[in-house]
Design a protein around this ligand. Structure first.
Ligand code: 5GP
Ligand code: MN
Length: 348
């Protein structure tokens, strides 16, 4: 039994909004991941089956590693097709915002969407959503936005429109946002949803291998280098830090997505319960954090790196030099573990 956790009033409101719209735009956060793409594309498939003119508009390109998700080639990418993206959004009578909680997470798309008159519907599982949506369906207790989309379809009585393609999209988000069913999936209902998705005859093994187990040779070499030569351990604070600068990324022909799961790796080491990865992007330092148990990296990212996310998986941006970003990490160590010796040389 899958409990109907979404408020009935929200379901009624959403049904009315969908019934009243023909042109519908769906968007998600920048640097879209498996959950962002899986949830938007699944919703788009279902809305199209309902006869709607639905289009997914992303702030930037999907990583090449995720181009197997059904529908990914039809994305309208703002940084690539700006005029078309603006047209789709201004024609839209309803705008869905999936897998993000604040407009700054969608870059310049935020400025485009903000003044538009179309109602905005948030469907998300991040903590503390901004109060800028006409309807906010926010469930941070859920594994993924894909799980929330499934529950919405179920409660709206639309599961018969969830076909194999849409179910394949949802599977990718359920899989990737839980690190391959490793975390954020303690609710037994998660597996009932997974079973229902699998009943749609998805190619489970094929999708699993593409989503979890496919890396370019460059990416594998970069990860090996990062772990072998760049991983610093701080056993007293249970922490790990990996830093990659532009030069190192270029040496391994870095392309977007190549370091996607790197930040998780140090958590395999007994005693390491939080991990930080800093990558020098052209315009900023991207910070990614992961943790185990009650230790909240979302709080750290919100307080120090202008970001957020979930308790065990969060991120943020740092505007400054890599040295300053690393200094801030040491500040976090000193603030959170005042009794531990943060100045000690980290064990390599
Ligand atoms: P990742 O480390 O994979 O980029 O992100 C992990 C989680 O943190 C994701 O749920 C993502 O949405 C969230 N996140 C990543 N970067 C940011 C950020 O800059 N701001 C906020 N609010 N959340 C972020
Ligand atoms: Mn997500």
């Amino acid at each position: 039994m899958i409990t109907p956790i979404i408020d009935d009033m929200a379901i009624d409101r959403l049904r009315a909004l969908i019934n009243g719209a023909r042109h519908i735009a769906i968007t998600c956060h920048k640097s879209p991941d498996g959950d962002a793409l899986g949830s938007t594309l699944a919703l788009c498939h279902v809305l199209r089956r309902l006869g709607k003119d639905a289009v997914v508009v992303t702030p930037d390109m999907a990583p090449r590693a995720l181009d197997f998700i059904p529908g990914v080639r039809d994305l309208v990418v703002f940084t690539k097709h700006e005029a078309r993206a603006r047209r789709v959004l201004s024609d839209a009578q309803l705008i869905f915002c999936l897998d993000f909680n604040s407009l700054h997470r969608i870059d310049r798309l935020g400025e485009v969407i903000e003044p538009l008159p179309a109602p905005r519907v948030l469907i998300d599982h991040h903590l503390n959503p901004e109060d800028i949506f006409d309807l906010a369906i926010s469930h941070p207790e859920l594994s993924s936005t894909c799980e929330l989309v499934f529950r919405l379809l179920m409660q709206m009585g639309l599961l018969r429109y969830l076909d194999r393609l849409a179910a394949s999209c949802l599977y990718v988000g359920l899989l990737t946002d839980t690190g391959g069913f490793a975390y954020s999936c303690d609710n037994p209902e998660f597996y009932e949803i997974l079973a229902s998705v699998m009943r749609r005859h998805i190619d489970r093994i094929g999708l699993y291998n593409k989503a979890m187990n496919t890396f370019s040779a460059d990416s594998l070499r970069l990860q090996g280098y990062a772990i072998n030569e760049k991983m610093q351990l701080f056993p007293e604070q249970g922490a790990a830090l990996i830093v990659l600068d532009r030069q190192e990324l270029e040496r391994f022909n870095y392309s977007k997505g190549d370091t996607e799961t790197l930040v998780n790796k140090p958590l395999a080491i007994p005693g390491i319960f939080w991990s930080v990865f800093m990558r020098e992007d052209p315009d900023k330092i991207k910070v990614s954090c992961r943790s185990q148990g009650d230790f909240s990296v979302s709080d750290i990212c919100a307080r120090y790196f202008g970001g957020g996310g979930h308790q065990n998986a969060a991120g943020g941006d740092f505007n400054g030099t890599m040295e300053q970003a690393v200094a801030l990490f040491h500040q976090v160590l000193a603030d959170l573990f005042p009794a531990a010796d943060s100045t000690e040389q980290p064990q390599q």
